[in-house]
Design a protein around this ligand. Structure first.
Ligand SMILES: Nc1ncnc2c1ncn2[C@@H]1O[C@H](COP(=O)(O)OP(=O)(O)O)[C@@H](O)[C@H]1O
Ligand SMILES: [Mg+2]
Length: 424
């Protein structure tokens, strides 16, 4: 049916061979970094009917729309069928979130003008890059997540919501189903996956944040009851306690990140302490507002611009590794122990870091067997190896070498873990 193809950097059009109007028939792909292979997907078939060799068996969360995870060459995308306006709106919003450095899935493009073999129109499609090693919450539970981990899931959701709100993003549909979780040093990092109802605003009133928080608690409550009904989550969990935790942790974190604090001029250390507390929570203070009264004996401080990723940036600056913030913190701690153990405290930190990378981190990562690379990310394996070393040392009553711990971890623990990504 189609003969000519023309590629440009922002769109790809197909021209029908029979001379019918291009406007009526054109398949149009708007993409941020176009992947020419996108055109080869079976766009004239309803997404629901896509199968081999495109669709890959990666878990998906609950959704209103038809969503499929597809492989194209060595890249993996999520495709969602929806109406054109909504697809473009969500695409642009996800691009804005990327620009603001917020944790959300990365938009790839929108496909419109689809028709089936009989020329009947098909819905538009939004494509996003599949977030590697991410899991929908239901899969976490089916991978044996115990209810003790619920508070860390809640924390991850809270950090995401607070970060979005700090950027004046109103979500409108906060729920576990609209989030993807990545493992991070035993806890989780949450990413926004569904921005359909979202809106970036010039400023966001406290009442709108409250509204999002109310939606979050209602949805999470229902989702927990649902998990209990399907016996993925034990009955001993009180769903209302979990949503209360969600609300209180949100309020505590919001306050810590934004609240004004007043003290006397003789307590200036409180300024440094506040910054350290925020660093501890994984945030950098980019702008601190400091006001003194007329006599200069009272000081008021208020963080104005805070940015998540404190440990992440530090580790990346030292080693080039880009990992989740909690993983970065764990790696930085190991780097600190390494520095102390070798008495390298006076050396240049960058040099010590690259030595640690070469002597410790990379060799451990290289020990991961090829058939286990889809189980956990290297940084998460490193975290687990450190925990395993601690456990072995406790049992043995003496220190255990990290390589010995890694070998034991790989042989006894890692081998039984399920795949959580497609191996590369
Ligand atoms: N980029 C992506 N990476 C991984 N999973 C994705 C991605 N996009 C969508 N999904 C999966 O598809 C599910 C549904 O997507 P969502 O955008 O919430 O659809 P809907 O608007 O119909 O609710 C998500 O819960 C997630 O599991
Ligand atoms: Mg959704």
């Amino acid at each position: 049916m189609f003969r000519k193809r023309r590629f440009t950097d922002t769109n790809v059009r197909d021209y029908p061979a029979d001379g019918t109007s291009v406007a009526a028939m054109a398949l149009r792909i708007v993409a941020s970094r176009p992947d020419p292979a996108l055109i080869s997907l079976p766009w004239s078939v309803p997404l629901e009917e896509w199968g081999e060799p495109y669709v890959v068996p990666l878990p998906r969360g609950l959704s209103r729309h038809v969503v499929r995870i597809v492989r194209l060459g060595d890249r993996i995308y999520a495709v969602k069928e929806t109406v054109e306006d909504i697809a473009f709106r969500e695409y642009r919003l996800l691009r804005d979130l990327q620009r603001l450095n917020l944790p959300a899935v990365v938009p790839q493009g929108v496909v419109t003008g689809r028709v089936d073999a009989d020329g009947r129109p098909l819905p538009s499609a939004l494509l996003t890059e599949h977030l590697r090693f991410s899991l929908p919450y239901r899969s976490l539970f089916s991978h044996g997540l115990s209810h003790d981990s619920l508070p860390s899931l809640v924390d991850a959701l809270v950090v995401l919501l607070v970060r979005l709100h700090l950027a004046e993003f109103f979500w409108g549909d906060v729920s576990l189903s609209n989030v993807l979780f990545r493992r991070s040093a035993g806890g989780f990092a949450a990413y926004l996956v569904d921005a359909e109802t979202g809106e970036l605003r010039p400023s966001m009133a406290a009442s709108m944040r409250d509204y999002d928080l109310t939606i979050a608690t209602e949805n999470v409550f229902a989702e927990l009851l649902d998990l209990q009904a399907s016996e993925s989550l034990g009955q001993e969990i009180e769903a209302h306690e979990i949503v209360e935790l969600l609300e209180s942790r949100y309020r505590v974190l919001w306050q810590e990140l934004t609240e004004e604090e007043e003290f006397s001029a003789s307590e200036m250390w409180r300024m440094e302490q506040r910054v350290e507390r925020l660093n501890d929570l994984g945030f950098d203070v980019d702008e601190l507002d400091i006001v003194t009264d007329f006599d200069g004996d009272r000081v008021r401080i208020q963080p104005k611009v805070v940015e998540a990723g404190h440990h992440q940036r530090e580790l990346q600056g030292l080693t080039g590794l880009h990992v989740e913030d909690a993983q970065a913190r764990r790696l930085l701690n190991d780097l600190a122990s390494y520095t102390a153990a070798l008495g390298l405290g006076r050396e240049d930190r960058h040099l010590v870091a690259s030595r640690w990378l070469e002597e410790i981190y990379e060799p451990i990562a290289a020990m991961i067997p090829a058939d286990a690379t889809g189980k956990l990310e290297p940084a998460e394996i490193f975290h687990e190896v450190l925990a395993h070393r601690w456990y072995l040392a406790e049992r043995a009553g003496h220190d255990v070498d990290i390589f010995e711990a890694a070998a034991d971890y790989i042989a006894t623990v890692l081998k039984d873990k399920p795949d959580e990504a497609i191996s590369r």
